[in-house]
Structure formats: structure tokens, C-alpha cells
Design a protein around this ligand. Sequence first.
Ligand code: ATP
Length: 682
Amino acid sequence: MINATEQEEREYLEEIKEKLTLAVRHIDDTVKQYSEEMRQKKQYIHEQKSGMDEAEMVAADQSINRMAFTGGAAVERKRKLIKLSQSPYFGRIDFIGNDHIRVPVYIGIYSFADMEKRVNLIYDWRAPISSMFYDFELGDAFYTTPSGTVQGEIVLKRQYKIRDGRMEFMIENEINIHDDVLQKELARSSDDKMKNIVATIQRDQNAVIRNDTSRIMVIQGVAGSGKTSIALHRIAFLLYRFRDSIAAKDILIISPNKVFADYISNVLPELGEEHIPEMVMEELASDLLEKKYKFQSFFEQVSSLLDAHDPYFIERIKFKSSFEFLSKLNQYLLHVENNYFKSTDLKIGQTVVPAHFILQKFKNYHRMPMLKRFDLVVKDIQTFVREAKGQKLTGRDKARIWESIPRMFRFNNVFDLYKDFYQWIDRPDLFKTDQQTGLEYADVFPLIYFRLRLEGISTFDRVKHLLIDEMQDYTPVQYAVLSRLFPCKMTILGDISQTVNPYSASSAETIERVFPSADIVKLNRSYRSTWEITAFAQRIVPNPDIIPMERHGQEPIVSRFSSKEEELHAIKEMITHFRSSGNQSLGIIFKTQKQAEKAYQDLKAEGVYLLTDESTSFKEGVSISSAHLAKGLEFDEVIVPYATEDNYKTDVDKSMLYIACTRTMHQLTITYTGEVTEFLLQ
Ligand SMILES: Nc1ncnc2c1ncn2[C@@H]1O[C@H](COP(=O)(O)OP(=O)(O)OP(=O)(O)O)[C@@H](O)[C@H]1O
């Protein structure tokens, strides 16, 4: 079977579809048979119940469970086969290996085999042999399997676009992953959910996806470089590669907000994997503080920064985002260890427990969190007293010891110690709480860090891989907490240019200081936006490393209006125009949430949605959002209103403008009334 011509390929596609249909039918028959057997078994049990002993009941239950499980797996397999019938494969390489036999390798989202002939008809894109599709052109090639490297030659390479079972096109590939196909993919309009990119994964991206050795992988990639897509494909790859030891439920994604989580939620199921548990950072924080403290969210922190330029607030955030702060916290904990447990002689009846004995016991448990040592010290003292007296302790003696030991420690809760830390560094002004909002966001993770060190928090051992997106938004203390809580492999990704809070941003290098063994990968090719849009965004935050896609489109438009009313009116017209344009999504992105909310009232119309920090889903159509919430999302078109010098003037404002402009794939319009921001004048 060589399938040389396009005609032969089309016939072959029909053949494969037929085989898939038969396989689906076969599964249907099996499932039917299982359910019939299960029905009979259940009936039998029902009838015989009274005569069965416990062991027989358990065995019968187990056999039903097994049948249900196998039945469930069959249904899942059927779902995959039906999906495969829509688009069985997207690539092919013909490979001649050591045995000199030419093997056509068709590559698709899942594998499919002819069970009778025992041949693989479609290879999963994650199979070792499939890696050559991404890594090599025609000529010498190799792939690595767990048992070694296979050398050979690729003599043919093709790409297909098969949709709804029909071949839309086929391309003979001389060069690596033909740019035409990538261009076509990138030129299409966006969806409400992120899509898989298996057919056009690029070589450098493939290296990141298939890396199965890094314990900590940090991906620093420019806007639109595919970081999030790649991280999700990497998860799918790891689930395949380590299918015996990792399941979807063993992975945790920490995402910046629910809308983002919803936006990316489709990629893994599309790749045939189950839904992966995800969590927003604030949810994790709230759990770790056992819901005892009210605190400001990261979103609220950023909103406050945008609303008012309070230099003291900024100073607090900056300090708490520094490495110096983390090392000061550690120094303080050492100081507490050495100075805050003041033992005194303890008299129990006639027995005196010497102060130095108590202190020694406290120090002996240095591996335990300090506030957890008292119970152990108490037990040691009880033994000491019992042995000294030569008789059992009375209830009163016991109670006295239980009371006395914790009192020898200066504080008995983490919060008081955290407050005391600021006294110790002689900067009590750096700790502020608000009656209404509670703790400042910048204090949340330091407090959790104290809990971890002083009380101990059990680690998330069930998580085998942690994925952290938007890494630039987390501070060294946050990473110190995460590294202690998650002793597992991690993929950490983000872009320092897209920070929503420049006072607390972490670069790949910052993260490397917390995880010295991390492997850092940089992705500089930007896929999302047209060349014109990427060039425009570069004027706001220049990055000489960025490589824009050679995909051209309309120049971004910057429009000046004489009043806000006129500006809003023009935006309304743009919405009308969008509706007849064939594009799927339009983002109207404001600097602040307040501006977004106000404009939503003014622009309100059918199919116009407002994203808030409570939103849980991302929909097609017109979305009004703040830049902070739009981070990570993408739209066919973006409008950035109010781009005036007053509105965009600080460093935070600049980050917001950059984020807003880099959300669009095809078209960007900036509007303003009065003077344009200087960030657009460079
Ligand atoms: N190899 C590829 N083939 C097709 N599309 C790609 C490829 N790589 C990236 N893309 C597309 O580029 C866009 C940006 O990808 P993604 O959102 O993963 O990037 P990102 O680096 O996380 O972006 P940002 O940091 O700006 O939010 C998506 O539409 C994605 O499908």
C-alpha cells in the first residue's frame, strides 16, 4: 500500500473510514453483549441473594464492576473512533528503517489498528515514530523509543486537511511542516475555546512538548508564541508517555482565573484526555489558610494599583515581591527558633524540670515546625517527671505541663508572628490590613509560608505534575510555597512583558533562583497576530528577540475623536460592522474593570458580554473586558478604547496596553478622545 497519487489517497481515506465504521459497529455489539450479560448477572444475584454468603456477594459485585468498567472503556473508545472518522489523520511520513522496508506512517489524534492483520493504520501523534513528522524533512531521520534509537530515511512527507470525513486538501511536503498549512490555520477565525494544534506543531515547540526528563520546565515565551497550547499538549504527551503511572486526575493546573480555565478546557478532551483538575491561585490560598482569613484577590490588588498611584502601597508590594523579603522571612524564622522559646525551670510537685532540659528537647525537634513541637516536648517532660517521681502523673500534673510549655513560646499563632516580623525588621508600616478587604494580597503567601514553616501543611502528594500559567504574576515567596507544597514535576510558563503588576513580576531568571535545577526554554516566534499587529505592539514594549509570523493583514487603526460620546458611538458602529464581517469574536478591552463596566452599560446590546472576575466562561461574540481579565485569551478583532495620555501613563498602564493589543489575531483598532498616550508615539 503506497498510495502514490492524490486519487489513491482519496480512495485510501474511504477505506479507512469504512474500517472505522466497522470498528464502531464491533464496539456496539460488544457493549450490547456486556449489558445483556450484566443484566442477566444482576437478575441472577437478585434471585439468589438470600442463598449467597458474603464472599459470593462481594465476588458478584466485583464481576459487575469489572463489566461496567470494560463497558465504560468501550464507550470511550467508540467516542474516539467516531471522532477519528471525522478526521482520521493529518500527516504521513514514509520511513525506511534498519530493515529496509518502506512503511507509510499515517499520523492522527489517536491510534487505530487493524486487529486482524495486526497492523497500525493510524499512529497517535504522541507515538515515538510520529515525532519524526515534526522533527525532520525528507532524508535521514531517527526517533527514540524507550528501548533505543531507530535510524532511517524519510522518503515521503504529506499533510492533509480532512474535515467531516472529506479531504479538503493534501500537500506534498518538501520542507518542514509546510508554512501554507500553518498560515491557513492561523488565518482562520478564532473559537470560543482554545484548539489543539497537533497538525502544525513546530520543531522547537515539539522539543518542549516531548521533553520527558525535565523535573521543572520553565517556558518563557513572547505573546502568542503558543506557550499555553504547548503546555497543554505537553500534558497530553506525558499522559501518553507515562500512561501506566500518571492519569488526568494526578495533574493540577493553576490558572489565573475561571474564564481562562474555561477557555483552555477543551484542548485536552479534544486530544482524547479527560478533564484535568484546575484551581485558581486564590482558591489554593484560601484552602491553605483554612478559610480563616479574608483577603484581597490579585485582581483587586491590580485594580487598586490602577485606580490610585499610592507610593506606600507600591512600596509594600515591591518589597514583598523581592528575594530580599524571602531571605528576611527566613532570617526571622531562625531568630524565632533561637530566641522565642524561653524555657524556665518547671516545678511539678517536688520535681523540678530544669530549663535547659526543656530547651534542649525543644531544639531536638528542629525538623518539626515550631508550633508543632509542644506536644512532643510535653511528652518528654512527662516521662522525665514520671521517672524522677517513680510513679504515674496525676491529672493535675499533666494539665500543668500542658499549659506551661506553649506559654514559654512568645506567640502561639502564625498571624501574631507574621505581624511581629515587621517589628523585627523595624518596618511595622509595611504591614497593613483593611477592615473591609482584609489582608492585602501581598501578605497572603508570606502568611501561608509562615504557616508552612511554623505549623506545617501537608503536601499535595497526589499531584504528579503541576502546571502554572502566567508565571510572571507570582512572586518568589509564592514559588517558595509552591515548591514546598508540590514535590512533583512542574511546567511553569509565562511572559515577563505581560505582567499586570510590574511591581511584583517574576522573570524566568527569578524563578530559576527558586528552582535552580529548572530547564528554561525561550520561545520567540509569535503565531497569534499578523505581522502588522505584532510590529505595532512592539512599539509599546519592544522585544528585539521576537520573531513575528509572515502573515499579513490590515494595519492597526488609531482613531481620534472629539468627544467620548462620539468615541462610544463609533465603537457601536464597529460592533455592527463586526457582526457582518464573518469574524467570530471581538474583544473591547479597557484598562480598568470600572471603565469596562461603565462602557458595558453604554454599549449594552444583544450578544455583548461583560467579563468580570466572577465570570466562569468565555463566549463567542462581543466581549467587553479589562486587560487583566483578557490576558491569555484571544480574539479575531480587538478594540482598545480611551488610549489617551491621561489613561495610559504609568508602568502598569503600559503593561495593560501591551496585553490588550496582543490579544488580537487579525485586526486592531485603537480609539481615543483628546491626546493620544505617549506609549503609542514611539
Ligand atoms: N504550531 C502552531 N500551529 C498553529 N497554531 C499555533 C501554533 N502555535 C501557536 N499557535 C496559535 O497561536 C495562538 C497563541 O497561542 P497561545 O495562546 O498558546 O500562546 P501564548 O504564548 O500562551 O500567548 P499569550 O501569552 O499571548 O497569551 C493560538 O491561537 C494558537 O492556536
